[in-house]
Ligand binder design. Structure first.
Ligand code: HEM
Length: 420
């Protein structure tokens, strides 16, 4: 940790209670190590003498890398609140995102409503439509024998699911994709702040229109269900429904895109693991859990409500704590041989979907999407791999991802006998 300590960066203020050896200049949106490889970046830090460190940027914050410390913080919703995200470029939403930015006991009634809408049974009902959409996205890739996985597949795929979930015409997917790109990836464009703000407003106005319509004409869909739900002994307001729908937009698109990209980047560069899935597709669900474990990608924050010691460091009231799930899920204390990707591993545990009261409410939907995609890819192809001389481009962020993944794809030969 010596090469990046604050002693070389006199511009930063460091509070007195933070020992000098725990200071490391770190910005999870721009850290060069995360740009080089977000998957293994934290491993060395977690295994060092200082697995928890203080970054003086953005006014200063703690970074937790160990499973136990992350679990302690995320399970303690009283001690560590999910206040409005304080990092730059986070949310363009003027109010609190529901439910993620609400704390217990306010939080749970909204989560209960969402959990019903995204239950395993509800999600299973979407499976046939999602399978059709996946096949449609896959076809041009099979025809071309290649793709840029992020643009051609991982990004559009969850937007079609969003349409299915909200009962919207599938043609809307292209519009959502554009808004999502501007909102979440706006930083890659010139005037990013304006672009993000405009995209946020377009999504807001679109959702407001939908909510107003469903209040007048309820149908059997997610928004109608939200508008008719009770929270805290009264009907949910249109604004609360909007805050929930907006959070689903933020939480449900980019995350699945990243999960798909990390899974496929690993598979495209590991022929033995690919072969295993071609030979035994029943391993797909387990393979996904193992890849989620080794490739978790969310980092979020909490604010300490009192002075408290976590993992040997003193965190003062009001200080921000960043949890790095990419590290916590790969902690050796969770599984043996944590670096090894083993699709036959039993009882896989990980933090990819978080832990505690804010644990992901969309995990059933996410898992189903990943399973459908993987099954369809392995059924439709003979093989696929990273294109020759291609470089995988990573995008560090609170939800880090891959924005360039060129693949060469060999379609499965059509069995003439089968169609005769
Ligand atoms: C592989 C894909 C996904 C991953 C890795 C993921 C990960 C996470 C994580 C780590 C959290 C906890 C955040 C925190 O505690 O600060 C979370 C919360 C949440 N996720 Fe997901 N998510 C995924 C997909 C989805 C999908 C598809 C949806 C819905 C369509 C969704 C909706 C939510 C919501 C609403 C919350 C807030 C829950 C609460 O505050 O109680 N997520 N997700």
């Amino acid at each position: 940790m010596t090469d990046a300590t604050v002693t070389e960066s006199p511009d930063f203020d460091v509070p007195d209670h933070v020992p000098a050896e725990l200071v490391r200049v770190f910005d999870h949106f721009n850290e060069p190590g995360l740009k080089a490889n977000p998957v293994t970046f934290y491993d060395e830090i977690r295994r060092s003498d200082h697995p928890t460190f203080w970054s003086p940027v953005f006014g200063g914050f703690w970074v937790l890398t160990r499973f136990d410390d992350i679990k302690t913080v995320l399970q303690d919703a009283e001690g560590f609140k999910n206040e409005h995200m304080s990092f730059p470029g986070k949310s363009v939403w003027p109010r609190k995102l529901i439910p993620v930015e609400l704390d217990p006991p306010l939080h749970m009634p909204y989560k209960t409503v969402e959990a019903k809408a995204l239950s395993p049974v509800k999600v299973r009902d979407l499976a046939p439509a999602i399978t059709t959409d996946v096949k449609e996205l896959l076809q041009p890739i099979l025809d071309n024998g290649s793709c840029e996985f992020f643009h051609d597949f991982a990004q559009p795929m969850p937007t079609t699911v969003f349409c299915r979930l909200f009962g919207l015409p599938i043609e809307q997917a292209t519009t959502f994709l554009q808004w999502e790109t501007d909102l979440i990836h706006g930083s890659q464009h010139g005037d990013s702040a304006t672009l993000r703000l405009e995209a946020g407003l377009k999504i807001q106005s679109y959702l407001e229109g939908l909510i107003a319509d469903r209040l007048e004409n309820p149908v059997d869909d997610l928004i109608s269900m939200f508008t008719q739900s009770e929270v805290h002994g009264r009907r949910m307001t249109p604004d609360e429904t909007l805050d929930m729908c907006y959070q689903l937009f933020i939480a449900g698109l980019d995350t699945v895109t990243s999960a798909l990209s990390f899974c496929f980047s690993f598979l495209a560069t590991h022929p033995e693991h690919r072969r295993q899935l071609y030979e035994d597709p029943s391993l797909v669900p387990n393979a996904i859990e193992e890849l989620m474990r080794t490739h978790s990608f969310i980092s979020g924050n909490r604010v300490a409500q009192a002075d408290v010691e976590v993992g040997g460091v003193l965190i003062k009231k009001g200080e921000t704590v960043l949890y790095a799930l990419a590290s916590g899920s790969r902690d050796e204390s969770l599984v043996e041989h944590a670096d090894t990707v083993d699709f036959t591993r039993e009882g896989i545990k990980h933090l990819a979907f978080g832990i505690g009261p804010h644990r992901c409410v969309g995990s059933h939907l996410a898992r189903m999407q990943l399973q459908i995609v993987m099954r369809e890819w392995f059924a439709a192809t003979e093989d696929f791999e990273l294109a020759e001389d291609a470089e995988i481009v990573y995008r560090p962020a609170g939800s880090s991802g891959i924005i360039h993944l060129p693949l060469v794809v060999t379609p499965r030969a059509v069995d003439a006998g089968a169609s005769a």
